[in-house]
Design a protein around this ligand. Structure first.
Ligand SMILES: *[C@@H]1O[C@H](CO)[C@@H](O)[C@H](O)[C@H]1NC(C)=O
Ligand SMILES: *[C@@H]1O[C@H](CO)[C@@H](O)[C@H](O)[C@H]1NC(C)=O
Ligand SMILES: *[C@@H]1O[C@H](CO)[C@@H](O)[C@H](O)[C@H]1NC(C)=O
Ligand SMILES: *[C@@H]1O[C@H](CO)[C@@H](O)[C@H](O)[C@H]1NC(C)=O
Length: 331
């Protein structure tokens, strides 16, 4: 996400988090494994199924990135069929795809923020599907709940606009944080090394992934997959696994990133002091339309007409849905 996010910096009570699926069998297995493996990750937060929304707040103010959306509060979103959990435990976050609007009107959508925030950890998100299409700007990201943006940082794990062919992973920071581009050659290309951002200069430092399965239509054609972020003081590593390539240790909730091969994005702490630039990060899932990124990018996206015209037509949003299997956090 871009632009002035200070308006949404909320004071989040750290104690008010939901621990879904506190499965005792799982924890016994973790306890056993920690004897045989050094630094084994322990599951601390698991968001899935009928209690998914207990761990999240619905953001219902004007989109800070100027999108043509009305973000609904939880009762309104539930009533409109835009935020619900299916009987198979899939959580759905959708954009209204039934209402014909006048050109220039805002379309209903949702944006949720985790009640909890973190300073490190292993974040694993399994999505069956993600929103995409003309005017659509989906994002799964993290942002500081206590500092005024961009101080405290922003971590964009899944993000793109319009018909973008693959995912972009981006960090935004305060002054004095660079992506050390000499550190690795990955299956991605670095698009910018300056993480420092401001409302007027908010591209951040980023990688464009090469795998078309990492985003949008092709992501959904594979029934989605898993994004993983390992965030330590030494830096951040990101992996993407398409549905049929998800490591067994991820599925069995016993993840060991040292076995996953080369990340798709690495942000080392050599040219950026990670601990001082990124802290108290809450998770966010949202879909906005047009706004500060999808809007200006629209004319070169191959999409017809104008971005506002696309928003008015509900048939453009039939697949503008996040389908979440689960999000897990390990420490
Ligand atoms: C959904 O989750 C609940 C709670 O963990 C579980 O009891 C139920 O079996 C799950 N349903 C399906 C279809 O997986
Ligand atoms: C890069 O991506 C291609 C296509 O997805 C894959 O076959 C290859 O193994 C990847 N290489 C690395 C180093 O991950
Ligand atoms: C970038 O990383 C390389 C290799 O790890 C290291 O030698 C170099 O000092 C780093 N550059 C900066 C500016 O920290
Ligand atoms: C992070 O959040 C905690 C709890 O709200 C707060 O005490 C602390 O000052 C915050 N850290 C920074 C660096 O702002």
């Amino acid at each position: 996400m871009h632009s002035a996010l200070s308006a949404l910096v909320l004071s989040l009570p750290l104690a008010a988090f939901a621990r879904v699926h506190a499965d005792s069998g799982l924890h016994r297995r973790h306890a056993a494994i920690s004897h045989s493996r050094r630094n084994a990750y322990q599951l601390t937060d698991h968001y899935q199924g009928q209690t998914f929304f207990d761990g999240w707040d619905f953001f219902n103010q004007a989109d800070p990135t100027s999108g043509l959306v009305n973000f609904l509060d939880q009762p309104s979103a539930a009533q409109a069929g835009l935020a619900y959990v299916q009987s198979d435990n899939t959580t759905v976050l959708a954009v209204d795809d039934t209402t014909q609007l006048s050109v220039g009107q805002n379309r209903n959508s949702v944006r949720i923020t985790s009640k909890k925030s973190w300073n490190n950890g292993l974040f694993i998100a399994d999505f069956f599907a993600m929103p995409h299409g003309c005017s659509v700007w989906p994002a799964f990201w993290m942002v500081s709940s206590t500092a005024e943006w961009p101080n405290g940082g922003e971590i964009d794990i899944i993000e793109g606009v319009n018909n973008q062919p693959s995912n972009q992973i981006t960090l935004h920071s305060g002054t004095g944080c660079l992506l050390n581009s000499t550190a690795a050659t990955l299956n991605s290309s670095i698009t910018n090394i300056h993480c420092e951002s401001s409302p007027g200069d908010d591209s951040g430092c980023s990688y464009g992934l090469s795998d078309p399965r990492s985003f949008g239509h092709e992501f959904n054609m594979q029934a989605g997959g898993v994004y993983a972020l390992e965030w330590q003081d030494s830096g951040m590593n990101f992996w993407f696994f398409s549905r049929d390539e998800i490591p067994a240790d991820v599925t069995s909730a016993n993840p060991d990133p040292t076995t996953w091969g080369t990340p798709v994005a690495i942000f080392p702490n050599t040219a950026c002091d990670m601990a001082s630039h990124f802290f108290n990060q809450s998770l966010v899932i949202d879909t906005t339309l047009c706004g500060d990124w999808a809007g200006p990018a629209y004319s070169t996206s191959g999409c017809p007409g104008t971005c506002q015209e696309a928003v008015a037509d509900p048939t453009n949003f039939n697949v503008a849905q996040w389908k979440v299997n689960y999000i897990s956090v390990y420490q």
